[in-house]
Design a protein around this ligand. Structure first.
Ligand SMILES: Cc1cc2nc3c(=O)[nH]c(=O)nc-3n(C[C@H](O)[C@H](O)[C@H](O)COP(=O)(O)OP(=O)(O)OC[C@H]3O[C@@H](n4cnc5c(N)ncnc54)[C@H](O)[C@@H]3O)c2cc1C
Length: 433
């Protein structure tokens, strides 16, 4: 039996803002910058020491699909990020941190790093303040409106919002520890056989390595490597299976396992892939790349039917199109085939997309909270699409605009007229027309 202790804490209110955003990942930054665009006073707090969330801390190597082939879907904040990034997609973490730093600084968002959210003061479904632990001790932030951009829904859960995790049995996609590689001879690579992530050449090399034991886990879902700069590549390879992503002990063990597995992949690439003979891992993520945690249940649950129908909504705050990238929970060839069936088989054609209703950002039973990014209200299938960075930019930006309007109009997110939200976003070139 787990025993519990009871604490009664006095926490000083150290900061006051109109809008408080928890989490400086892609969605939280988009939210904070957008709310400031409407003239609101915003504070953004994060446990890490830099902006970007998984995008930088977990060394995610590339910006996923952001266009439907005819137009850019991530209007406004996402477009601005893309222009400043200047690579078209590859994400070199240090560069990305500086891009986000500049965007936050120019907007005038107050940003506090090294601040870990741990509690909320909430009465009658209204949050009064949120509490953080930092080098100065515990402190509280008072605000009128709160945005949970933590990816894990930490504030929403703390105030009692309902949520779901993973599939029917609670299974979640396996995490990956992404890594930074150097020492690659790209000319030799180009002159050799191609090895894109799951092509026949890669499957053949993997098969040999599984048989010889060079790779100890027969993980057929090899997601691959992206060239970031002339000297550097970002790798999203090697899943860790059977991890309880909601348990710190399991996540800690997974980090150690992942670092060990990476050494196996380093040797594998050196041996099997031309141009990689002298390649080495220069760094690994400072966070485990956990793909899937909580989805907060909101006023609307965006689901697979909506995706398949390419559905439009009167209150939509954007549209997206990435196919469901549900990484197999076990490393079998059969599960890889099932992944391909969904990912490729249900992929949209050029010009197609699905609408994202504003209601997916409004958790049930809360009067002054919005969610965005990984933890919006959707089923697991849509989650596997919208969880990537462009999707998080779209929902983050909308949460920021909505929060700002709620503060101005002194209304709750549920009371906010979605037509006004859409008109305001359109006026700021932040809505797909
Ligand atoms: C292995 C892996 C590979 C991926 N590959 C790609 C890819 O190639 N392309 C792509 O576009 N997307 C990719 N993604 C998805 C994408 O990176 C994330 O889903 C996206 O970053 C989520 O953005 P977010 O803002 O919702 O949350 P996150 O990026 O998770 O950011 C949440 C932030 O909240 C902070 N936070 C959490 N809890 C607290 C707390 N208690 N107190 C204070 N701060 C807190 C965290 O420190 C973090 O900075 C990948 C994800 C993973 C895991």
């Amino acid at each position: 039996m787990t025993s519990t202790i009871h604490l009664s804490l006095e926490v000083p209110v150290k900061y006051r803002a109109e809008i408080c955003v928890i989490g400086a990942g892609p969605s939280g930054i988009a939210a904070a910058v957008s709310a400031v665009r409407l003239g609101r006073k915003v504070i953004l707090l994060d446990a890490n020491s830099f902006p970007g969330g998984l995008c930088t801390a977990a060394r995610v190597p590339v910006l996923m699909t952001y266009s439907d082939g005819t137009r850019i879907l991530m209007k406004g904040f996402g477009e601005d990020f893309l222009q400043r990034l200047g690579t078209g997609g590859p994400l070199e973490a240090e560069h990305v941190k500086r891009v986000f730093d500049a965007m936050l600084d120019e907007a005038g968002v107050e940003v506090l790093y090294g601040c870990h959210f741990f509690a909320a003061d909430c009465e009658n479904a209204k949050i009064r303040s949120v509490c953080f632990q930092s080098i100065s001790g515990n402190f509280a932030v008072e605000a009128e409106l709160f945005i949970d951009a933590s990816g894990d829904g930490v504030l929403a859960v703390a105030v009692g919002c309902e949520y779901a995790v993973g599939g029917d049995s609670g299974e979640t996609m396996p995490p990956t520890l992404c890594s930074l590689w150097s020492g690659i001879d790209w000319e030799a690579y180009r002159a050799g056989r191609t090895f894109s992530h799951n092509d026949e050449n890669m499957l053949e090399a993997l098969s040999a390595a599984f048989a010889s034991g060079e790779l100890s886990v027969p993980d057929w879902h090899h997601t691959g490597m992206t060239r970031l700069t002339p000297q550097l590549a970002g790798a999203n390879i090697g899943h860790v299976f059977n991890v309880d992503v909601m348990d710190e002990r399991s996540v800690s063990e997974a980090l150690v396992t992942a670092r060990r597995q990476l050494v196996e992949y380093e040797k594998f690439y050196q041996k099997h892939i031309a141009g990689f003979e002298n390649a080495f891992i220069a760094a690994s993520g400072s966070m485990l790349g956990v793909r899937e945690t909580r989805r907060i249940i909101g006023e609307y649950l965006l689901c697979r039917d909506d995706y398949l129908a390419r559905r439009s909504f009167p209150d939509e705050i954007g549209r997206y199109n990435f196919p469901a990238d549900l990484h197999p929970v076990q490393p079998t060839r059969e599960m890889l085939e099932e992944h391909k069936r969904l990912f490729s088989g249900e992929r949209y054609k050029r010009g197609e997309s699905y609408g994202i209703p504003y209601r997916t950002l409004i958790p049930l039973h809360s009067n002054n909270l919005l969610v965005c990014g990984r933890c919006i209200s959707c089923d697991r299938y849509v989650f596997a699409s919208i969880r990537v960075i462009p999707g998080c930019f779209i929902t983050g930006q909308a949460a920021g605009f909505a929060a700002a309007l709620c503060v101005t109009q002194k209304c709750s997110p549920k009371e906010l007229d979605s037509a006004t939200l859409r008109t305001t976003m359109a006026k700021h070139q932040a809505l797909l027309q």
